[in-house]
Design a protein around this ligand. Structure first.
Ligand code: BTN
Length: 259
């Protein structure tokens, strides 16, 4: 079982995780925090669940996570419009905070995959689902759902990308409480850079993105595009170099097409 005291001692944030909700079982932590009628409205609230019965991934995929083994949680951001409206940079800040935490605590060889996956030794260990709700043209709340495969040791099913866990890559189980605190500490630092230092945030993310410069394919709604992953632009979009020129990609699944 997750020990909240052990987590709390290591939490070093100003507002992220200062309201912490622990649940044994929910449908999906994202679904609950996205519900405006729910009792959760405080900026920085974390909803952590030991088990999700309808865990969701990007593009309506299912996110399955073995109960009590991993981290499945969501972060609610409801203030600070400058941060809220920068969804692309929230993708970078979130995945970077996972990658940096794995490097700091376990010296693991991490990389990131556009827009927000975190890989260890080229296999996916963390997925992130960012959702937002709008009132007219104003963004009201953003929910960042993070799943990290921590101590799960086997994966069944069909995956878009080969999965792994920290335990599988490290060869030992790790303490989830310490990892969650480290991750939230780094998350708060990284999202503040959306206001103060976007270029550092982007260059830290890009330095971990091994696919830049490679031949890739991008799939979106059954359409596949091929080209060279040229760069990420200053707004956070992927620049794909094709025969026709440079295309700015907003969504999609990126796969390496090394020959
Ligand atoms: C993906 O890689 O497709 C994104 C996976 C996101 C999973 C997390 S687990 C916590 C939160 N609640 C959900 O239902 N999904 C996210």
């Amino acid at each position: 079982m997750f020990n909240i005291e052990n987590f709390d001692i290591k939490l070093n944030t100003e507002y992220i995780g200062r309201t912490f909700i622990y649940a044994d079982e929910v449908l999906s932590t994202n679904t609950l925090l996205m519900d405006k009628k729910s009792e959760y409205n405080i900026h920085g609230t974390i909803l952590f669940a030991e088990k999700q019965t309808k865990g969701r991934g990007r593009k309506d995929r299912v996110w399955y996570s073995a109960p009590e083994s991993n981290l499945t949680f969501s972060i609610l951001l409801s203030k600070d419009k400058e941060i809220l409206k920068n969804i692309n940079f929230l993708n970078f800040a979130s995945s970077l905070s996972v990658a940096v935490s794995l490097e700091n605590l376990y010296q693991l060889n991490t990389s990131v995959k556009w827009p927000n996956d975190v890989l260890i030794n080229g296999k996916k260990t963390s997925g992130i689902l960012i959702e937002s709700s709008w009132q007219g043209s104003k963004i009201e709340r953003v929910v960042i759902g993070i799943g990290v495969n921590v101590n799960q040791n086997s994966f069944q099913g069909v995956f878009n990308y080969p999965p792994t866990s920290i335990r599988n890559e490290l060869g030992r189980t790790v303490e989830r409480e310490r990892l969650l605190a480290e991750l939230l500490n780094n998350f708060e630092t990284e999202i503040e850079k959306i206001k103060t230092n976007q270029s550092e945030l982007l260059s830290d993310w890009k330095s971990r993105c091994k696919m830049i410069g490679e031949r890739i394919s991008i799939t979106e709604d059954d359409k596949e595009k091929f080209g060279i992953f040229e760069d990420i632009d200053s707004d956070g979009f992927l620049l794909l170099k094709t025969k026709e020129g440079i295309e700015r990609i907003h969504f999609g699944d990126v796969n390496s097409k090394r020959i």
